[in-house]
Design a protein around this ligand. Structure first.
Ligand SMILES: Cc1ncc(COP(=O)(O)O)c(C=O)c1O
Length: 384
């Protein structure tokens, strides 16, 4: 039995709710509980809260509030972006070509594969370099008159690398092709100014930036063809039916606002810790490599591969030693498969199966990092 609380190194998976966020959302459960679609005062109150939240998100994204659609999570935002645009563009001009890199989160990659397999779209994978980065010239050379959509993540959840979204967005815009970015990881630390990023669609999910699980948003630039993927009432201007989750929407707006205001201080907190973690792990663990870019990466994100190590076993051992970490790989017990992302970087399975992702956040301390560094090299040595 562990005598102390495990140390959390998995902020990329989810973050704790910020107490300031909890405070603003609580009254919307039992006090201001109206349905925003109702005509009466209770409804008006709820509707005002949703629209204030929408304005706040729009301000942070530098767009108009009519361009923000609330969803239930980052996955739903990605699905609405891909499916919604693919079907609308095909209906409009028979375009059926979709471009994505092989390093996307499953919310995008599986959706694109589904569109190809069951709806006849022509899915083409964009190349990535050894850091998992996609380049604008590679997008430019693959665009076709029949390209319906390009989707490239802002920052990678497994390896932390940041894509040159603004430059890719310029290429797509000059060819009149809608461009979506999954900013679910990026929104916690990077600016999400949709004008500077040159994107037509951008997904976020609140639980990655100290908001609650179960709420997300999709920016859709005015004029972008998109079909709703959930039909019913006229909520979200008809683009996403279903009674609005008022407390969670209010909470996401607050969490997003805090992420913008506190971006610099949050980065200043995690960056030196992450740098120390990376330096020490690479120095103390033989046959170890950093995955993802060394500089162009999320400030709280450290990810590694260790040769001839089973990533799942490593996670279990770390958990027993009091460290909550994650593996970049989609290993399943019994039949370990290397992660598609790590394979796309050109890593052999002897390396890709031994992945470890350490992500930092608000409660991370220098002591946490030192404790992990004191344990990890010995653990890996013993496992080998
Ligand atoms: C890059 C990326 N996209 C999408 C998602 C899915 O977001 P959600 O958990 O809000 O559905 C995640 C979650 O890990 C992610 O990291």
């Amino acid at each position: 039995m562990l005598s102390k609380k495990p140390v959390y190194f998995d902020f990329a998976a989810s973050t704790p709710l910020d107490p300031r966020v909890a405070e603003v959302m609580l009254p919307y459960f039992a006090e201001h509980y109206g349905n925003p679609s109702s005509i009466h005062l209770f409804g008006q109150e709820a509707d005002a809260a949703v629209e204030t939240a929408r304005l706040s998100l729009a301000k942070g994204m530098n767009c108009s509030s009519s361009e923000v659609i609330f969803t239930s999570c980052g996955t739903e935002s990605d699905n609405l972006a891909l499916r919604g645009v693919a079907f609308a563009i095909r209906a409009q001009r028979s375009a059926n070509h979709i471009l994505v890199p092989p390093t996307e989160h499953h919310a995008v990659s599986r959706t694109a594969q589904y569109l190809a397999r069951y709806h006849g779209f022509d899915l083409e994978y964009l190349p990535v370099d050894q850091f998992g980065i996609t380049y604008p010239e590679d997008v430019a050379s693959r665009l076709r008159p029949t390209t319906a959509l390009v989707s490239i993540m802002y920052a990678n959840n497994e390896i932390g690398s940041i894509n040159p979204i603004s430059a890719i967005g310029e290429v797509c815009r000059s060819h009149g092709v809608p461009f979506h970015t999954d900013a679910v990881q990026a929104a916690a630390y990077l600016p999400v100014d949709v004008q500077a990023l040159n994107v037509d669609l951008l997904s976020v999910g609140a639980h990655k930036f100290y908001g609650p699980k179960g709420v997300g948003a999709l920016f859709v630039r005015k004029g972008t063809p998109i079909f709703p993927q959930q039909t019913g009432g006229s909520q979200e201007s008809g683009f996403r039916a279903g009674t609005s989750n008022v407390p969670y929407i209010v909470a996401m707006a607050k969490a997003f606002e805090l992420a913008q205001y506190e971006r610099e201080s949050r980065t200043a907190h995690v960056l030196p810790l992450r740098n120390r973690l990376i330096r020490q792990v690479l120095e103390l663990v033989p046959d170890s490599k950093l995955t993802g870019h060394t500089v162009q990466r999320l400030p709280n994100h450290a990810s590694f591969v260790f040769q001839n190590i089973n990533g799942n076993d490593l996670l279990i051992n770390l958990d027993m030693a009091g460290f909550a970490c994650s593996s970049g790989s989609a290993c399943k017990t019994g039949s370990p498969e290397p992660s598609e992302v790590l394979t796309a970087l050109g890593l052999s399975s002897a390396w890709a199966l031994g992945s470890l992702r350490l992500t930092l956040g608000s409660s991370s301390s220098p002591e946490d990092v030192e404790e992990l560094i004191a344990v990890l090299p010995g653990l890996i040595e013993k496992m080998r």
